[in-house]
Structure formats: C-alpha cells, structure tokens
Design a protein around this ligand. Structure first.
Ligand code: SAM
Length: 214
C-alpha cells in the first residue's frame, strides 16, 4: 500500500525530536489527576470487560504503554518514528514496540481488547479520520475499548519548530463534537467525554474520549 504523504513528515520530525521530547514532556505519572483518572478508568474497563491485548498507537517513547502495563494491561506500542521506537525499546525492554502506521495496522481483525491513542491522532489530516477510526474499529474485538486523548479545536497548524528542533509535520485540530460523530460512524459509542479548557485560548481544549467498540 502507498504511504500517505503526511506520514513522511511525521516520521522525520519525531525522529529528530525524540530525545528532547523525552526530556521536555512530562511523564504520565505527572499528568493532571483527571487525565490519570481517565487512564485508570480505561485500564479497569479493559480488564473487566474481557481483557485482551492493548495497543498504544502513536506510542512515542513508550511511557504511556509502560504506565498502562503498570495498571495491569497487556500492552504494546506502535509508532511511525523509528527513533521513538528505539528509545521505547531501550527504556522498556520488557514491552513490545513495533514501527508502523496506526492507519494501516499489521494486526488481525478483532484481536485487541483496547486501544490508547494519546496525543497522536492530530497528525492525521481530518479527511483521513474516518478511515483511521475504521482501522481502530477493525482491530478491536466487539466490546473493546478506545481511549483517545488530545487537543481539539478547529484548524490546521504548521509549526516550524518543536522541542527545540525544526519540524515539518502538521497538526489538524477538529472540534470534539466532530470526533464523537466520526467515532460513531466508525462503529464506536462514546461513553465518556471529559474536556479540559486550554489555560489561555477559548478555541482550544484537551479532550479525553472513552468509547466502546459496538
Ligand atoms: C506528540 S507524540 C505523543 C507520543 C505519546 N503518545 C505520548 O503521549 O507521549 C505523537 C506520536 O504519534 C506518532 N504518530 C503520529 N501519527 C502516527 C501514525 N499515523 N502512525 C503511527 N504513529 C504516529 C508520532 O511519531 C509521535 O511519536
């Protein structure tokens, strides 16, 4: 399959920033209590609704995968950046990390009990979200859980610098309501939506969506 054009920029940018991303971004243990509560709820829901493997999609350096493993989940990570995967394997040799695209997963239909996509779907152009969420639904078993966390808003951002490095990726912000609708179209039911306002911008917020694969 031909790789979508945006992925090359995502890969190159995160390969370049990986080490400084680890240095500059707070680890899951230091996230705000609401985000940690959502991660804990996701872990409990997966465990109590049949379990199964959990994929951390866009896992970066693997810290959330390790955090979920600490909450009792059988988790592995997938990321398009080879450097992020290298750092994840180095930091967490007991966990499995795979280089790949979350939009074209090399996974069987219905084999996962859960998916975490934390701060990672915003690099996918909005027009590609229906296919992306369709892929998430394909690999989850019926009753599997999805936790999606990320910034929402409206518009396409083209930063030239991040984590102290030049970057070429784009971020595509969509309203939370649109994410909920697109997830429904892909066969998910959003059961919990938690929205934390941006500290200074009224047009942005951070959203956690918990969804069931019907
Ligand atoms: C902002 S980082 C977040 C990393 C991690 N989830 C965390 O919260 O620490 C975004 C990550 O998503 C990955 N990513 C973005 N789009 C992806 C895609 N289509 N397939 C796989 N990985 C992707 C990037 O390479 C990057 O490592």
């Amino acid at each position: 399959m031909t790789e979508p054009a945006h992925l090359a920029a995502v890969r190159a940018s995160y390969d370049a920033v990986a080490a400084d991303y680890v240095r500059l971004v707070i680890p899951p243990q230091e996230l705000d209590p609401v985000s940690r509560a959502m991660l804990a709820a996701f872990a409990e829901l997966v465990r109590t609704s049949g379990g199964g493997p959990v994929a951390d999609l866009g896992c970066g350096p693997g810290r959330l995968a390790a955090y979920l493993a600490g909450l009792g989940l059988d988790v592995f990570g997938v990321d398009v950046s080879g450097e992020m995967i290298r750092l994840a394997r180095l930091a967490y040799p007991g966990l499995r990390f795979v280089e790949g695209s979350m939009g074209a997963l090399e996974l069987a239909d219905g084999g996962l009990g859960g998916i975490l996509a934390w701060n990672s779907v915003h690099h996918t152009p909005a027009a590609r979200l229906p296919a992306l969420f369709g892929e998430f639904r394909r690999v989850l078993r019926p009753g599997g859980r999805l936790l999606l966390g990320g910034h929402v808003g409206d518009g396409r951002l083209r930063p030239t610098e991040a984590y102290g490095h030049p970057v070429s990726y784009e971020s595509h912000l969509v309203p939370a309501r649109r994410l909920v609708d697109l997830l429904a179209l892909a066969g998910f039911t959003v059961t919990t939506r938690v929205e934390q306002p941006h500290p200074s911008r009224v047009d942005r917020s951070y959203v956690c969506l918990l969804a069931d694969a019907g």
